[in-house]
Design a protein around this ligand. Structure first.
Ligand SMILES: [Zn+2]
Length: 448
């Protein structure tokens, strides 16, 4: 009988196969056009993508649940992998299969080619978010194939309709099929875990701990209909446009939330530049490309995006409407609405749709695992929390009491303008970054 010393290296096969699969799957998923225009009648490809994912899971032995959420073709796939420690809550790993439209005439490569060239996988969805879907899928396959039981149950969810609010995806499932997510206490998904190069090659990985709320507001002014040739002092179009113009040029006050403070303090520790609370705009401006995104988390915003009124040149309409895309910081809803009262005045009607903000703390065992998994692959780096100015399916899953993070790890070249690739032309993801992310997520999913 021989006695063995405990091994310090994990006794599992390496991730080389899964890394290659993540690249292959990113490309294959991009080739399935899942454009979501927001008009359900025009949505194509979600079912094909969901069936592709389900077949990849079934091939290695998963039982999958395929759900069409409220409308034909809006496919979602959910699969569970059992963990070794049933006392732990399950981890939800979710990703959306749909993408925003792309105009091929503007691109260097066809947006649905999934071309792998010049060290990148190219195409619509490469960073939003078929990259993370592919990494998750490759690792779901790897864990099953290699017979690795993670510590906790992992629920993999591949979803429709994120780009139009999740009404046929995450939000529908949360409202109609919550049992599919039973036992989930925490979740990871998109728009976090990517690196920015802060100084002399030192990278910070931004883990999303907060999201601004989405509030899509319809403004309506009413007036008296009449002939366009006459004196008229009650014109709905005039009233509405004055209000929209006041709102569109209004600057909401600076508010420093915990996530943004912790992020700016972390950046200041790396750079050595003092973090000046009295000059937040100045501190953020120094961040380079990422300033666009971080700057939008310092205050509420209200951007007018659509106007509708009238039907003939010489008819003054009785109603005029505008749509305003409002993004509201955690804890600011009531104050935001009081400000709207003053800016818009009493004559403008308001209607809302949207989802509330999120904010969780950057601490606890899961955060420790996220950080450690990144540092194992990039030891000089630092992990920091940040707030996303946009919204994701996390808003829906938070309604089930799940603590949600953005953690789709990518180690990116210093000169890549990553935030511009989201919904942008020539969206692409570095092959190296996908392999890096697969290694990070593998360690994280096995141990968290
Ligand atoms: Zn996305």
């Amino acid at each position: 009988m021989t006695e063995q010393l405990p091994s310090t290296t994990p006794d599992v096969p390496d991730t080389a196969f899964a890394e290659d699969e993540a690249v292959r799957l990113t490309s294959e998923l991009i080739r399935i056009d899942t454009t979501n225009t927001g008009d359900p009648a025009t949505v194509v490809g979600e079912r094909a993508a969901a069936e592709f994912v389900a077949s990849q899971l079934a091939e290695v032995g998963y039982e999958t649940t395929y759900v069409e959420s409220g409308a034909p073709g809006r496919g979602n796939v959910i699969a569970r992998l059992s963990g070794s420690d049933p006392s732990r809550g399950a981890l939800l790993v979710h990703g959306h299969l749909d993408v925003v439209p792309a105009d091929a005439s503007e691109w260097s490569v066809h947006p649905f080619s999934g071309a792998v060239q010049d060290g990148y996988v190219w195409g619509r969805g490469a960073v939003d978010m078929k990259d993370m879907v592919a990494m998750s899928l490759a690792l779901a396959r790897r864990l099953k194939r290699d017979g690795i039981a993670p510590k906790r149950d992992i629920i993999f969810a591949f979803l429709a309709d994120e780009e139009a609010g999740g009404h046929f995806g995450a939000q529908w499932l949360v409202e109609n099929r919550p049992e599919l997510f039973e036992g989930a206490t925490e979740a990871i998904s998109e728009v976090g875990g990517f690196s920015i190069t802060v100084k002399d090659g030192v990278r910070a990985y931004l883990i999303e701990t907060a999201e601004k709320g989405i509030a899509w507001m319809t403004l309506r002014a009413r007036g008296r209909a009449g002939h366009g040739s006459m004196i008229h002092d009650d014109n709905a179009v005039t009233k509405l446009t004055q209000a929209v113009s006041r709102l569109g040029t209004h600057q909401f006050p600076l508010v420093l939330t915990d996530s943004v403070r912790e992020f700016l303090q972390g950046i200041s520790e790396i750079t050595g530049f003092p973090f000046n609370e009295d000059d937040l705009d100045g501190s953020v401006a120094k961040l380079g490309n990422i300033a666009r995104m971080i700057g939008a988390t310092l205050r509420d915003t209200a951007n007018p995006t659509m106007l509708t009124a009238g039907y003939k040149a010489n008819v003054i309409p009785s109603v005029a409407e505008a749509t305003v895309d409002c993004r509201i910081l955690p804890g600011r809803q009531a104050a935001f609405e009081r400000e709207l009262d003053e800016i818009l005045g009493p004559d403008i009607e308001r209607e809302w749709t949207g989802l509330p903000p999120l904010e969780t703390t950057f601490d606890g065992a899961l955060v420790d695992h996220m950080t450690a998994s990144i540092l194992a692959e990039d030891p000089e780096a630092k992990a920091l929390p940040y707030m996303l100015s946009g919204g994701t399916d996390a808003k829906s899953f938070a309604q089930l009491g799940i603590r949600c993070f953005g953690y789709a790890p990518l180690r990116l070249p210093a000169d890549l303008d990553f935030s511009a690739l989201f919904h942008g032309v020539d969206e692409r993801v570095p092959v190296d970054a996908l392999k890096f992310g697969t290694r990070v997520l593998d360690r994280f999913l096995r141990n968290c």
